[in-house]
Design a protein around this ligand. Structure first.
Ligand code: TRH
Length: 341
């Protein structure tokens, strides 16, 4: 089997991060994958050594190749016309899937698996299928994480281990007016703050030294290392889509910063996830959690109190455990393809 995955890097690293994870996950199951990228620069740090059975190619090169049995178009990225024309000519036709963005909103269950017949354009005659990741059995599920039981040892080996009773916090975020409030809050507890490149490190650099906070500016890590890091921490502040999912597998408390949208669509997306999370993993008091998440996303004031640590921890483990029962995205995708071939 040969699968083609098309990815357009719009901004940030979620598009390429999700596609790289999918490509290596499929390759790990013996599938040959061609990953077509319009901008491969982030792979220099995310996956400098590549991966067996994953061939990384540029979009223009696709003009010279025949499509494989399966074509995944990530996030509606519109593969190049000559390639789609060849998909339409191929017999049997490839299974063409649009892998969508992750959301906990209700439309996901309604839209997952829908067929979109192509009546015109280069792919006329083909069907495109919508595949939605999600948090419930009626969605395409999530890509699972490999458990990293030695994550803390790895952290110490990199020189980023906690001193004494420090809590270890990862901060990976977009620019956020609440950053000074977060840092002030963390200064009140012995904390090792591991700041990913970007806004987190800028905020750390601008902070006046003080309090019980010790900050470390991390380099860009490979995706495998970053996954390990997420399992080595006591609290993860993550963003976008891929780090958000991986943080959920760690079972540690996490705070999600959504990709901000001008039409405020992220507010409904946040609420949908919060509703699902608090229903599935009830907390003794979920109010501070909702307040913190809303504040971190510019949707409310900075909360006076944070969720009680044990309550929060218990809920995140319960959430992780019920997600674990679901069939993972790659298995579901393979089954979905088999049914349509
Ligand atoms: O970079 P992001 O903000 O990506 C975003 C979102 O996916 C958003 O929904 C989308 O619309 C936009 O991109 C275009 O956050 P995300 O999704 O967590 O992706 C980051 C990827 O980078 C993830 O695969 C983890 C990886 N990463 C590393 O491999 N090493 C690192 O050191 C860091 C900080 C990240």
């Amino acid at each position: 089997m040969l699968w083609d995955i098309f990815c357009r890097v719009i901004d940030n690293f979620g598009d390429i991060g999700v596609c790289w994870r999918l490509a290596t996950g499929l390759a790990g199951r013996g599938i040959e994958v061609r990953l077509w990228l319009d901008d491969a620069r982030a792979l220099a740090w995310m996956a400098p050594e590549g991966a067996p059975r994953v061939q990384v190619l540029s979009w223009p090169e696709s003009a010279e190749h025949q499509p494989g049995e399966v074509v995944i178009e990530a996030f509606g990225c519109d593969p190049p016309t000559p390639f789609v024309q060849r998909m339409a000519q191929r017999r049997p036709a490839p299974v063409w899937i649009n892998l969508e963005y992750l959301s906990a909103e209700d439309y996901v269950e309604r839209s997952h698996g829908l067929r979109s017949p192509q009546f015109n354009g280069p792919g006329a005659g083909l069907d495109k299928w919508f595949f939605y990741p999600g948090f419930t059995p009626r969605t395409g599920g999530l890509m699972h994480a490999l458990p990293r039981p030695d994550a803390r040892r790895w952290l110490a080996g990199r020189g980023w281990g906690p001193h004494g009773n420090e809590q270890v916090v990862l901060l990976f975020c977009y620019d956020n007016p609440m950053l000074p409030a977060l840092l002030r809050q963390l200064e009140g507890t012995p904390t090792l703050l591991l700041a990913a490149p970007g806004a987190a490190q800028q905020a750390l650099a601008q902070r006046a030294a003080g309090g019980l906070l010790r900050g470390v500016a991390l380099p860009w890590l490979t995706q495998a290392e970053f996954d390990t890091l997420l399992q080595a921490t006591d609290l993860n502040l993550v963003r976008g889509e891929d780090s958000f999912v991986q943080a959920q597998w760690s079972g540690a408390p996490f705070v999600w910063q959504l990709y901000p949208q001008h039409d405020q669509a992220h507010a409904a997306k946040l609420q949908a996830f919060l509703d699902r999370f608090t229903k599935t993993a009830p907390m003794a008091d979920a109010t501070p959690l909702a307040a913190l998440w809303r504040a971190w996303n510019g949707l409310g004031p900075w909360p006076e109190r944070w969720p009680a640590r044990e309550d929060w921890q218990r809920a995140c483990r319960a959430w992780r455990d019920q997600l674990m029962i679901q069939i993972d995205l790659i298995t579901q995708l393979q089954g979905f393809v088999d049914e349509r071939r």
